[in-house]
Design a protein around this ligand. Sequence first.
Ligand code: C5P
Length: 227
Amino acid sequence: DKKIIIAIDGFSSTGKSTVAKQLAKTLGYIYVDTGAMYRSVTLYAMRNKIIDQTHFDVDRLINSLPDIHIKFEVNQTTRLAEVLLNEENVEKEIRNLSVSRHVSQVAAISEVRKKLVEQQQLMGRDKGVVMDGRDIGTVVFPDAELKLFMTATAKDRAERRYKELIKRGDQVTYEDVLKNVVNRDHIDSTRKDSPLKKAEGAIEIDNSNLTLEDQFNQILTLSRSTI
Ligand code: C5P
């Protein structure tokens, strides 16, 4: 079998990462969650008071980029990759709604994108990778052998994210989560650098009315026929 790159893009909380993880496991591929990288940079900015509710010092963030190191390590129990920010495992913290509230502003900065995109391209150098994000099929790997674009209604997506957060014990309301999902989608699809859009040649999958299993099988079939 030849190894390929599978690029999965789409709006927030469309279940990209669930499918991507399952797919990587089944195919024996590496899974790269690029959203975790943007979230980690955002967490760094928040911890260092570069960004808060009222201000965002863009120049300071750009100057700090050489001090921000992002890596993935495999959790030996779950076998899933978890993100490290300067050697600290921040996998749980980056999923907080407070990080979600700032991440799209951080991800709109070209210098941030340039740094992370270079790293993502290196991770896909040997192929055999499933990568999810917003610009994987358009910018990171425009030549990916298989490109998917996932969509679902904002309501379905907010419900999914809300359940995830509640399950973890976070104190959030459905309305706050819905607002965040809609707001991020707006910023992500209207920014100048690498806006979220369906890549040329991408197959659109609307999973509003698909069970997880149906969706997975559909994507696995597509992958196998490409490999
Ligand atoms: O995928 P996730 O929802 O964790 O991504 C968080 C945010 O990171 C997105 O809303 C977007 O602003 C940014 N992002 C991006 N490009 C990617 C992945 C994520 O701009 N490839």
